[in-house]
Every structure is written in structure tokens, then in C-alpha cells.
Design a binder for this molecule. Structure first.
Ligand SMILES: *Cc1c(COP(=O)(O)O)cnc(C)c1O
Length: 385
């Protein structure tokens, strides 16, 4: 690697004033200590407690949905979101191959089959234009439901994912959902604080999912949420994620197979403290984009990914797109050796042994992008730049 990359690495370390810069770290202060201590001191650390309700209400307000149901992680949120959206065993669910494993796993937990679609280079998320012409070829509507003519399975839903906090082409996807009679469930795991034309992501689909894992923009340690404007579905999601227990003063009666997916109060306490800082995180993330813009001007063969014009993104993970003149693994090797933690994008789902036989459309853009994407340190800075 040449001098420019050395300067870039030094520049990143200078921004963070560190010799080793992690990819994404949580940021805590006295608030987290105060709220978590409150749980420990009062004994309300587990499955019931006031912080869970507070976190759900404040999150729903921030996102602009009627209800949020807090759960143990984003994968669980996706699982239940898909289930309450009506995905059943042997259905197919359209989803990007270029995503984190959780999206495909959640589809599988429903007994359904992931069906992989390609992404758009402008958003790094699903390409509605390519999907439309693909569905015209391979599917047909029978009695108001979409079927895959090749596999004879029902295609029930699709799951757009807002990659690294950049909103997908939402208007076009909503039009597709209507045209093809599909439900959609947003995987908004990475996009808390991301807006599509002024409306928050995770509020478009019938039911949507979010994650608060330790590396996300806001963390509850581990956690997730199901988001919806449908009160009935929210109540059902809450029921399913709390072992489907029928409320009663002392009896243990459960009316279906449920899941022990509820978020513990101690995690929700952490989340309440983090929500108070979310606006600040978003400002700092954008300040970091401007810093990186200055640093990349001298880098040959690499550009900072800025996302599409329709998206006001949270810039969860900062992204370099390399051109073919550069070898991704050499770039990753160099930056990591320099103490600038960097990671490639996920190996696409269609290449993993569990999913290699799943139906898939042409994944040309995915196959190019998988070799060209490098994520660089993205922790919001604590002090104003
Ligand atoms: C983080 C993430 C999830 C959920 O992950 P959990 O670790 O289960 O909270 C789901 N989808 C995507 C795209 C993610 O990045």
C-alpha cells in the first residue's frame, strides 16, 4: 500500500486521538450508570419493570410508529415481525443476499425459504427496478396471492434492509408490494435515525424490526424491537414474545407456542439512557462523514459512500467503495495492521452452505460489491468536531 493510505490511516487515528481505533464502540456516561444502578438497587433487573415500558414508548415516539415491542435481540424481532406479518412454513420471502445472517435466519425460523434478490449500487439495498422485471418473469398471482411459478411456493413477503443506515428506494418498493400483493417487513436493524424523504425507516412496513446490539448506533447490550402502527399486531407480538401467557393473577396458562424473547429491564434501562443521546450521536456521525470526506480526497481507487439523495442516513457504518484497481484484502490487511479496524461487507447469503440451494435472481451487483466494500471506524465522537 502506498503513502496515501498511510496518510489516511494516520488521519483516522488523529481524528480519534488513538493508536488503535475500533470499528464501532458504544458510548456511555453517568446516565447509563444511574439507570442500570437503579435496576440493581431496586431488584427490577429481569423480565418486568418500568424501563421496558419507557423504552418502548420513547422508541415508538422517535420512530413515529404507534407501538414498539422490545425483545432480546434484532434477530428475534425479525422472526416475530415476519410471523405476525403472516409468513408461514414453506412460503418464500424475498430478501437481499447482501445482508447480515440474521435476516436469512429469521426467515428460516418461520419455516420459510429465503429468495435472494440483487441490490442497487446507489443504496446498497434491494433494487426495486430489477426485482419488478424479475417477478414479472417468475411469478404469477393466483387468488390474490403471489406464487413462484418455478417452485410453486407462495411468495408472501419481502424484507428490504437499509444497509449501513442508508434508506432503500421506498416509494418504488411500496408500489411493488401493491402490484404483487406482498407484505413487507423492514429490516431496520441498522437504521435507527435514518429517514426516507423525511419519514423514519422502520415505519413503512406492516411490521418492522430493529436491533440494539453492542455495535449498533444505540445499544441495550443486546436487544431489538418490533415496530408497527397496527395495535392488534403489536399486542400479538407482545403476547408471542412473552411465552404466549394468558394474563392471570396466579395461573400459568399459555394459549399457543410462544417465545421467551422479552427484553430484560436492565437492558431497557441502558436503552433509555442511550435514547437521550441519540440526536447527539446522529450529529456526530454526520460530522464524521465530513472528516472522512477530507481524508479520502487523496485516496486513489476508493470513494466514501454517501448514500442516495432520498435518504437522510444515520451513517451507522462508514463505507469505502473500492474500484477494481485495488485488492480489498490488501486494503483490509494494511488498515488493520495500522491500528485502523476495518471490515469487509458480509459474505453474501447465497454463498453460505445453508442457503446455497435457495432460489435467487441474477446477483450481478451483489457479486461485484461484495469484493469492493470496506467499513472503517464509525464510533460517534464524544466531543464536537
Ligand atoms: C444487527 C443486525 C440484525 C440483528 O442482529 P442482532 O444481533 O440479533 O440484534 C439484523 N439484520 C441486520 C442487517 C443487522 O445488521
Amino acid at each position: 500500500m502506498n503513502k496515501q493510505w498511510k496518510q489516511f490511516a494516520d488521519g483516522v487515528k488523529a481524528i480519534y486521538k488513538k493508536d488503535f481505533v475500533p470499528l464501532h464502540e458504544p458510548t456511555f456516561d453517568d446516565k447509563e450508570v444511574e439507570y442500570v444502578t437503579d435496576c440493581v438497587k431496586t431488584g427490577w433487573v429481569s423480565s418486568v419493570g418500568a424501563y421496558v415500558t419507557k423504552f418502548e414508548e420513547e422508541l415508538a415516539k422517535f420512530v413515529g410508529v404507534k407501538r414498539a415491542v422490545a425483545v432480546v435481540n434484532g434477530t428475534a424481532a425479525l422472526h416475530i415481525a415476519l410471523k405476525v406479518a403472516g409468513v408461514e412454513a414453506d412460503d418464500e420471502v424475498l430478501m437481499p443476499s447482501l445482508t447480515f445472517i440474521a435476516t436469512a435466519n429469521a426467515v428460516n425460523y418461520c419455516g420459510a425459504v429465503p429468495h435472494f434478490i440483487d441490490v442497487h449500487k446507489e443504496t446498497l439495498g434491494v433494487d426495486p427496478f430489477k426485482l419488478d422485471s424479475y417477478l414479472q418473469q417468475i411469478s404469477e398471482i393466483r387468488n390474490g396471492e403471489l406464487f413462484n411459478k418455478q417452485t410453486n411456493r407462495r411468495i408472501k413477503a419481502f424484507v428490504p434492509m437499509h444497509t449501513f443506515g442508508h434508506a432503500v428506494h421506498m416509494d418504488e418498493l411500496i408500489a411493488l408490494a401493491e402490484k404483487y400483493h406482498l407484505e413487507f417487513v423492514e429490516d431496520a436493524a441498522e437504521s435507527l435515525g435514518t429517514y426516507y424523504k423525511g419519514k423514519h425507516t422502520g415505519s413503512f412496513g406492516k411490521v418492522n424490526a430493529m436491533s440494539f446490539n453492542g455495535n449498533k448506533i444505540l445499544t441495550t447490550g443486546g436487544g431489538g424491537a418490533i415496530l408497527t402502527n397496527d395495535e392488534t399486531l403489536a399486542d400479538y407480538a407482545k403476547h408471542l414474545t412473552t411465552t404466549a401467557k394468558v394474563p392471570h393473577k396466579w395461573e400459568y396458562v399459555h394459549d399457543e407456542i410462544g417465545y421467551n424473547y422479552r427484553m430484560p429491564n436492565i437492558n431497557a434501562a441502558l436503552g433509555c439512557a442511550q435514547l437521550e443521546k441519540l440526536e447527539h450521536f446522529l450529529v456526530q456521525k454526520k460530522a464524521l462523514v465530513r472528516k472522512y470526506e477530507e481524508l479520502v480526497v487523496n485516496l486513489e481507487g476508493a470513494a466514501l459512500f454517501k448514500g442516495p439523495a432520498h435518504s437522510n442516513g444515520n451513517y451507522w457504518l462508514q463505507t469505502l467503495i473500492l474500484d477494481e484497481s485495488l485488492n480489498r484484502d490488501e486494503v483490509l490487511g494494511f488498515l488493520n495492521d495500522q491500528g485502523v479496524m476495518s471490515r469487509p461487507i458480509w459474505q453474501p447469503m447465497h454463498e453460505l452452505v445453508m442457503f446455497e440451494k435457495c432460489p435467487a435472481m441474477d446477483l450481478g451487483v451483489t457479486n461485484i460489491l461484495k469484493k469492493r466494500i470496506v467499513n472503517i471506524p464509525s464510533t460517534p465522537l464524544e466531543t464536537n468536531l
